[in-house]
Design a binder for this molecule. Structure first.
Ligand code: URA
Length: 240
């Protein structure tokens, strides 16, 4: 149980500066349980709180855990340079509360992207020590051969890595398509591994993280959803 004043609640949920949040409350923009609350100092229990603002109901969340089905031509970096940032696909409250991508996908990679404002969660999910597998479907420029799949499974040498990098799992899906599972998250890793194995990545989609699959989320490209506790529990290595 924890209580906060209404202006602090709104600020923590990304509605702007403390001053602006006080104005919103004083202007009668916020209601709770159908009643306008115009006293910003009012101390309110945050557990289970839903408030109404700008014609929408908002659930109070100490932190947000989000999954986005990232479309191509959006950048994950904080200061995007050539394409819009992925945060432009989410409500602006999430930028105010410093929601960030968990790791990065290239601007032309599509699929599952986790986002959060919970630092320890971001750190844990990105840590190579946790060995969380990431599953990708890669479309290749040249037809897939068994030599390609074997090379990716046994390991390929990337020029700035001390030792060869191997896929945790790899299989051919189609003439020009593979599924590849990586535990590490090195820069352009799938593309560089394919190039090192003598092919070229023409398109890339992330289809799963841990045991949580993109298919199970039912999100179209550009759509996002909050992650449930059950879904968060699936972001772990598989038991097999
Ligand atoms: N590997 C890549 O090459 N690009 C990505 O976006 C993710 C993994």
């Amino acid at each position: 149980m924890s209580k906060l004043s209404l202006d602090r609640i709104l600020q923590s949920q990304g509605f702007g500066s403390r001053k602006y949040c006080r104005e919103l409350v004083s202007d009668g923009e916020v209601s709770i349980a159908g009643e306008v609350v115009d006293d910003y100092k009012l101390s309110i229990e945050t557990d289970g709180l839903t408030f109404h603002i700008f014609e929408e109901d908002w659930e109070y969340r100490e932190h947000v855990y989000i999954v986005l089905n990232k479309p191509a031509n959006f950048e994950c970096s904080r200061k995007p340079s050539h394409h819009p940032g992925v945060l432009t696909l989410l409500p602006e409250q999430f930028s105010w509360r410093d929601v960030q991508p968990v790791g990065r996908l290239d601007h032309d990679t599509t699929g599952m992207l986790l986002m959060s404002d919970d630092g320890p969660f971001i750190h844990a999910q990105s840590s190579p020590k946790r060995h969380i597998p990431k599953v990708y479907q890669a479309t290749t420029a040249e037809p897939v051969s068994s030599e390609l799949v074997n090379a990716l499974l046994t390991g390929v040498q990337l020029h700035d890595e001390p030792a060869p990098l191997a896929a945790q799992w790899c299989r051919q899906l189609d003439t020009n398509q593979i599924e590849i599972v990586l535990e590490q998250g090195k820069y352009h890793q799938v593309k560089r591994m394919l190039a090192a194995a003598g092919n070229h990545c023409a398109a890339l989609q992330r289809t799963a993280i841990g045991q949580l699959t993109l298919e199970s989320l039912g999100l179209k490209e550009g759509e996002w959803s909050y992650l449930s506790a059950e879904q968060i529990a699936l972001l772990v290595p598989s038991e097999i």
